[in-house]
Design a binder for this molecule. Sequence first.
Ligand code: 3PG
Length: 211
Amino acid sequence: MSNNDVLIALLTRVPVIPVLTLTDPDKAILLARALVAGGLDVLEVTLRTKQALKSIEAIAREVPEAKVGAGTVLTTSQVDEAMSAGAHFLVSPGSTRRLTEAAAIARAPLLPGVATASEAMAMAEMGHHVLKFFPAEPAGGVAYLRSLAAPLPHLTFCPTGGIDPVKAKSYLTLSNVVCVGGSWVTPTLALETDDWSMITRLACECAALRS
Ligand code: 3PG
């Protein structure tokens, strides 16, 4: 399967990809289970903490039903580290030639970030037809993405950044949106208090957004 086909197969599983910034691999396991119980089995763990790679490893090992990806991938070495940790896919806030080449060499499905038509076209020239639209809300939101559908009908987006449940519903009506990403599914308070039932309830609400 091509990079694009792998991404589409993953991203069509869920309407919302929880974007997780984790500091405790043991909690990561419980969190992943709570999200999967609510119907969200594609997760993005950002590489923004010291424990991020260990959290990816822990989820890949203990919750294999979750398809865990690595987010905030900025460097070529992170491509290899994340894949070795068990990531199923990689997400980057932006898009560079070095990153896309490293992902291609590692055979890592990469969802590169773009915020403009030119950036999207540059990625399409390199074979990437499934893209993260980031930061979605500051970059123009639903109206901007809708405007890209007619001139760039071959491109599909996962908007992320500043999205809430109401906005998610609007994005999901667009023909060029496969799913959305966001951190609202895992509120800090719920994580701090181990309120896994709240996380599962929020995940259920997200899973129902496309139905
Ligand atoms: C991120 O990479 O931080 C994601 O875009 C999450 O954005 P959010 O916190 O605004 O949902």
